[in-house]
Design a protein around this ligand. Structure first.
Ligand code: SF4
Length: 211
């Protein structure tokens, strides 16, 4: 994994590199001290992909579901965590879900926190995510219209470029038009390819900030 082996207590600090789908799951998990099944699957496999071992995953989820006693956690959830690491049942070593999978499968219902924000969230909730990351009006309208046009992964790619530029502190320097070239790319943080996978988003961001 790109970030090396990750400890349970490192996950919060890595949130800055997560795509909006995973950041949302993380925030809701912290708020509710719980996630429903598909949320645990989507987020848990993503964390596995970024380098959380089974041992650390068990610690992470048990600490996250802090309203449960260790005994309750072990009875209700530990099996599923081990299962997703291929240590139970058919021993399938599950891989993290791709964007396409998340966009096309298991549409979230009431109380669910999984899915792709660009595909499954209401326009006001999409705007709230962009506002929370200080995306300016120009880029907000651009990203919103991509999402409304069902170009979910391109919307995510634009989100990646705009927010990483801000994290690098280069947005202001490039204000006045030059930040947007004709292709809708943001200069030096332009993603080489469109976002196909939440783990790709994470890895690109992690490497970009490290360099
Ligand atoms: Fe997550 Fe992919 Fe949707 Fe981006 S496009 S929010 S990485 S599912």
């Amino acid at each position: 994994a790109i970030a090396g082996e990750i400890q349970a207590q490192d996950v919060d600090s890595l949130k800055v590199h997560m795509p909006p789908c995973m950041e949302h799951l993380h925030n809701e998990m912290r708020r509710e001290k719980h996630l429903k099944h598909w949320g645990r699957m989507q987020y848990g496999l993503f964390l596995k992909g970024i380098g959380l071992s089974l041992e650390q995953a068990l610690i992470f989820w048990q600490m996250a579901f802090e309203k449960l006693t260790p005994d309750q956690f072990n009875k209700q959830y530990a099996y599923n965590v081990r299962h997703s690491y291929g240590m139970e049942g058919k021993r399938t070593d599950y891989t993290p879900y791709s964007c396409r999978y998340i966009i096309q499968n298991n549409a979230p219902g009431p109380g669910d926190r999984h899915g792709c924000p660009f595909r499954h969230f209401s326009a006001p909730n999409q705007r709230a995510i962009l506002a929370a990351h200080d995306v300016d009006d120009f880029d907000t309208e651009d990203i919103m219209s991509l999402a409304q046009g069902k170009h979910y992964q391109i919307a995510c790619t634009r989100y990646y470029e705009v927010t990483r530029a801000r994290m690098l502190g280069i947005t202001d320097n490039l204000k006045g038009g030059s930040i947007h070239d004709g292709e809708g790319n943001v200069g030096m943080v332009a993603s080489q390819e469109s976002i196909e996978h939440p783990n790709q988003f994470f890895e690109q961001s992690f490497l970009l900030m490290k360099s």
